[in-house]
Write a protein that binds this ligand. Sequence first.
Ligand code: P6P
Length: 333
Amino acid sequence: MKTLIDVLAEDGACKALSSILLTLTQATQHLSARIALGALGGILGSAQKQNIQGETQQTLDVVANDLIKAALQGLPAVAALVSEEEAGVVPCYANGSYVVAFDPLDGSSNIDVNGQIGTIFTVYNRLPEFDHHSEQQFLRPGSQQVCAGYVLYGPSTQLVLCCGGPTRSFTLLNKHSKDAAKTPTPLDAQSDYVLVDEVLTLPIKTSEFAINMAHQAGWDEGVKRYIGDVLRGRGEPFNMRWSGAMVGDVHRILLRGGIFLYPLNHNSHRKAKLRLLYEAAPMAMLIEGAGGLAYSQSIPILEIAPASLHQRLDVILGSISEVERYLSYIMPS
Ligand code: P6P
């Protein structure tokens, strides 16, 4: 069995980057143990406060954010961090080699109903020409990511990671202590991420789509026409899945193909929901690393630099043939 440590060593990952990935994933091991306890882990329900996004925070949003933030802040390799749950850049070590952005708990509406949830993260080199805690460290196209990944807390806990080569997946071999409900440091969680897929490859074609149909009144006409044709089957029946957590839908698509769509919703005051820096860009790196495509309108997501830390955008990603077909509906020929 190869563990994450073995794979990072084989890749020749530097000590600084390895320290970030091992520390971050150790924090997720602890989270996995607490999440598995459900109500017994003291992680359900609302935290009775709002985050910078104006969203009511769930207890687990805060627990996950505080755990990962504390773990990363202690690393000399980390110059700064950005979290969905933090208003601005959190300064760390001025000489840190990397900056990290993360969504500590993706899929919050699934927490109390034992649905799929996850942690999404991305790592960039620190830019020496800016202060280590400048927003400019993060307002860069996703093509500059050093690595991106997520942890899916599902029936099994899985890590999916891309550091520029293939997208790979690992399963958590849980040896965590039975008293995980206490608040041990992440290092107490005795477990390892074991490599299960050396190279994830997205099927080129698909007959499965993921979209929240409740928002269809607000879609652009091209999106409505595309979904209308999909629902008519185009010669073969299409299936639909929507997990309510991007990590769950992206994971399914990485393993069996599909197309994930979160188009602009003109009936919503926000128009777009998903965040570029710590949701769309890391997922785009993972999907492209597995041979898929990831777009926002007609632009590859990895080419888009955020104008602000929490910028939102529409996201379409998945199997090449289906994403290209979708693009033919929204781009005037
Ligand atoms: P809706 C979770 O809140 C999230 O940001 C993504 O993980 C997920 O794909 C999407 O929102 C779900 O949105 O509108 O279906 O609740």
